[in-house]
Write a protein that binds this ligand. Structure first.
Ligand code: GLN
Length: 314
């Protein structure tokens, strides 16, 4: 389908789809293990869809600001691959889904070698954060923020300091994971410094339009179609999209592939980034989460649109 008519169709139907999905917010809970996240509006739902020609369709609470959380893991993985190359990254982190929760430590000891199963679970993403180049944690974090700003085409992207502090103060599970990884020789450097880099990139604040623009760069093979600039090597995008498909929705990735059929990544703030390869970037937010930590209404909305528009890749 040609983009203009597809976007016109989306513009016509998006409000009705958001209205039909919004009731699903009541079936979920806003994350509270990072106390600051519990302040998010439970019944919010918003979406922005951005096409390669710059046309966008938005509906609902698309201007709500939220933190990237686990969505940031896709982009720190890409930066780590660009900094170190594939061999060095995959010496420290695997390529397989776990079937466990995103913050599970179970398989770190159970299955050898004791490296995290993939870069999108917390243990893997913390390891990836340790691989970002920079002479200090501040420099690493600044490089990440700068990279994310370019991907979002938004020089104003910044940390949500409240969420960052809230997670730093309460992130003992992640801290214990990092100590285990360090003892195993997987994670190098000081645990507190690595976690500071990790907590900071999780706390970068966006809205649906920012997320859609970051998604569009992935959809277009690493080129920002709005500027023509290549921001990511094609191979790194290919790796990231593959992980999004196999592990992006945690241990609901199989179900999401069947019901929606698009590469995607969710975060505990209720954000979901999804791509229609070659064509569209999508940013969704709906803070009420299902039992597996994905946005209840956000997943329902993506399922509806993908089915209506026949977007599944499979
Ligand atoms: N910062 C969050 C954490 O480490 C990210 C997890 C997520 O979004 N699933 O717990």
């Amino acid at each position: 389908m040609e983009n203009t008519s597809e976007m016109q169709l989306l513009e016509r139907r998006l409000d009705a789809w958001v209205a039909a999905s919004r009731p699903y917010t009541s079936g979920g809970k806003v994350a509270s293990y990072i106390p600051e996240l519990s302040k998010a509006p439970k019944d919010a739902l918003g979406i922005t869809i951005l096409a390669a020609d710059g046309k966008a369709a938005s509906s609902g609470d698309s201007e709500l600001r939220f933190t990237l959380q686990s969505i940031s893991k896709v982009f720190t993985l890409i930066l780590a691959l660009m900094d170190n190359g594939e061999a060095a990254v995959f010496a420290k982190v695997g390529m397989e889904p776990t079937g466990d929760n995103f913050n599970s430590m179970l398989k770190l000891e159970l299955v050898q070698p004791g490296i995290p199963f993939n870069p999108l679970i917390n243990a893997g993403a913390i390891t990836v954060s340790s691989l970002i180049r920079g002479s200090s944690p501040a420099e690493k974090s600044a490089r990440i923020l700068q990279f994310f700003r370019r991907l979002a085409g938004n020089s104003r992207l910044a940390y949500d300091t409240g969420v960052y502090l809230s997670e730093s103060e309460t992130g003992d599970l992640n801290r214990s994971m990092a100590y285990l990884l360090r003892d195993h020789g997987v994670l190098e450097g000081k645990v507190d410094e690595v976690l500071d880099v990790y907590f900071r990139h999780c706390s970068i604040q966006v809205d649906c339009a920012d997320l859609a623009r970051m998604a569009l760069v992935l959809a277009c093979g690493g080129v920002d179609p709005l500027t023509g600039e290549t921001l990511i090597p094609r191979r790194c995008v290919q790796i990231a999209k593959t992980f999004m498909t196999t592990c992006g929705m945690y241990n609901a990735s199989g179900e999401f592939a069947i019901q929606v059929g698009l590469p995607a990544k969710s975060g505990v703030s209720g954000g979901v980034l999804a791509i229609v390869p070659g064509r569209l970037g999508i940013g969704v937010v709906g803070p009420a989460l299902n039992a597996k930590g994905n946005s209840c209404a956000g997943v329902h909305l993506l399922e509806t649109i993908s089915k209506e528009m026949s977007w599944s890749m499979f």
